[in-house]
Write a protein that binds this ligand. Sequence first.
Ligand code: GRG
Length: 295
Amino acid sequence: MNIDLYLKEKANLINQELDRLLPEVELKPQVLHQAMRYSVFAGGKRLRPVLFLATLDALEEPSEPYLPFACALELIHTYSLIHDDLPAMDNDDLRRGLPTSHKKFGEAQAILAGDALLTYAFKLMVSPKEKGASPEKLLAAIDEVTDGAGLKGMIVGQVLDIQAENKEIGLDELQTIHRNKTGALFAASIRSAAVLAGCNPEMLEKLTGYAENFGLAFQITDDILDVIGDTAKMGKPTGSDQEQKKITYPSFLGLERSQELARESVEKAVQYLIELPAGADPLRALARQVIDREN
Ligand code: GRG
C-alpha cells in the first residue's frame, strides 16, 4: 500500500474537518479564535487522528461519524504543545519553524488558547451522538482519552519530565516519562477507536501492544532526529541550555543501538496485528513509516 498517499488523504480529511469545526477568526474575542487556529494549522502531521482513523479501518468500522472525535485528538495534542512551549515549561520561541503561541499572542492568550482547545475537544468527542453513535461507546472512548491525556498519561509524563530536569536519570525512568508523555495519547487514539468499533478485550490488548511499540519507535526516532539535527548544527549555536542537557535514547544506547531498537519495536508492533485482515495494512505501514520520517 502507498502509506504516503494514505497519510496525505487522511490528513487532508482531518484538516477540512478541523476548518469546519473550529470557530471562525472573525468571532469575538478574535484573539482567542485566531490563537486556536494559528497553532492547529501550523503544519502538524496529524498522526494521532490518522492512527485513530486507521484503527477504525482495521476494524472495518465506518469513520465518517467519528471525524470530530479524530479532530479532538489533534486539538488535545495541539494544546499540549502550546503549553509545553510556555516560559514556565520548555520556554521555546519556535515550533514547527513558526513563532510559538506565546511569542505571537502573549503568554496569557496562549494559555487560554490551549485551555480552549482542550475543553472544545471534549465537546467534539461527545458530538458523534448526533449522528447516531452509541452514547455508551462514546463514553468509554472519552474515558480512554481522558486517561491518556491526563492522570494516566500525558500530564503525569510532563510532571515527571519537569522533575527529571538537571537530574541523572536511568533508561527505565526515561521510558516511563516517554510512555506517559507521548505514548499514552497515541495509545488512547488507538484504544478509543477500538472501543467505538466494539472491539473484543483480546483484540483491544493486541492493539494496545501495537500502540506501545509504535510509541516507543516514535520516541526513539524523535530522539535520533534531534541528535542528527544537532550534529548538522555543529559549530553553530545549539539552542537553549535545556536542549543541551536533554537525555535521549542515543545518549544511553548510542545511535546504532537506538536505530536497532526502533526497528525492533516496529516489528513487535506489526506482530500484534498478525490476525487482522488487509484493512489493517495502514496501521502496519504507519508503524514502518514512523522510523523513516524526516520530521
Ligand atoms: C503541557 C500537559 C502538557 C503536556 C506536554 C506532548 C508533550 C507534553 C510535550 C511535547 C514535547 C515534545 C516536542 C515531545 C517530543 C515528542 C512529540 C510529542 C513530538 C511532537 O509530535 P508530532 O511529531 O508533532 O506528532 P506534529 O508537529 O507533527 O504535530
